[in-house]
Design a protein around this ligand. Sequence first.
Ligand code: OSB
Ligand code: MG
Length: 369
Amino acid sequence: MHIEAIDFYRVRIPLVSAFRTSFGTSTVRETTIARVTTADAEGWAECAADPYPLYSSEFLDGSDVVIRDHLLPRLQALGDSLTAERVGGALHPVKGHPMSKALLETAILDAQLKQDGVSFGRYLGAVNDRVPAGVSVGIMGSIAELLDAVRGYLDEGYLRIKLKIEPGWDLAPVRAVREEFGPDVLLQVDANTAYTLADARHLAKLDPFDLLLMEQPMLEDDMLGHAALAKLITTPICLDESIGSARDAAAAIALGACSIINVKPARAGGYLEARRIHDVAAANGVPVWCGGMLETGIGRAANVALAGLPNFTLPGDTSASSRYYAHDLTAPFVLDDGHLAVPTGPGIGVDVLPEALDEVTVSRTTITW
Ligand code: OSB
Ligand code: MG
């Protein structure tokens, strides 16, 4: 593939409401959008990194530097032999920085698939043309506020509710949601590493609430801790932050650290490794679901395609655009009977709206190849 230029747009997009997790509160999504230009296609992708290294060690200003000084030169060295499938190998010597690597691989893959006239879904192996939508519900100021939010999402048709939890906001919100909405609501929790093994007895108090899973209760490098916790509670453990590769997935499964995996392409360095995580999990009989990082329509489109693969058997954090944004950067993803349609057009299958991008862009850098 012959790349002519890559543009990087730093954008700041207001969220429809504040989103609070155990690691912080966001009212605006700040990220980097990449556009790869070739002679006959434009490839788009968005970075999952935040301005602050709180979800993982990556952060946006660091991502800018590693892309400019360490990742792009390795891709440029490939010349026209560059393909999306060669990005991972070319960037492998650079340790870490999966979100920055994913940004480049995904934008290049989008351009390549647009040239070839192939959709992300078809390329990745999606078998479903629509995917069930779950929603991630932040930590709130009160139980009343939480119940209002959950009621609104259920009324919209969301098929699964995920509550963000932390010490001091766990048993009460779960109990309240169960009491208000009953035992049939698919319900799960996400701690984003906020607990330790010393909390096992406390976390076991969630067992009676019949949760689908408990996501990432402890630190990302604590595989043995999760394996120990899995023996002390009956709620299935799902790992998010801990799974950066298919090898991590294989290790976590072999150790008994999780029985479900949240697949986030950005955390794994891109969609190709994300598909390998899916495959390893499938081979072990471990179900997966597609996580999210508050993506705009650009990243959401690719996530929804991935979620169409056969072992994505649980609803993902693949919400409608309106969950986070009043104005998305693409035509909005909308719920239809609790599902999102997998785009069928070439590449990510959605167009970026130039005025919408313009509106939220705070700076732009162009790299000519
Ligand atoms: O842990 O899954 C997470 C958002 C930002 C960072 C981490 C996480 C999340 C979410 C929201 O839970 C997922 C989404 O709706 O995009
Ligand atoms: Mg999570």
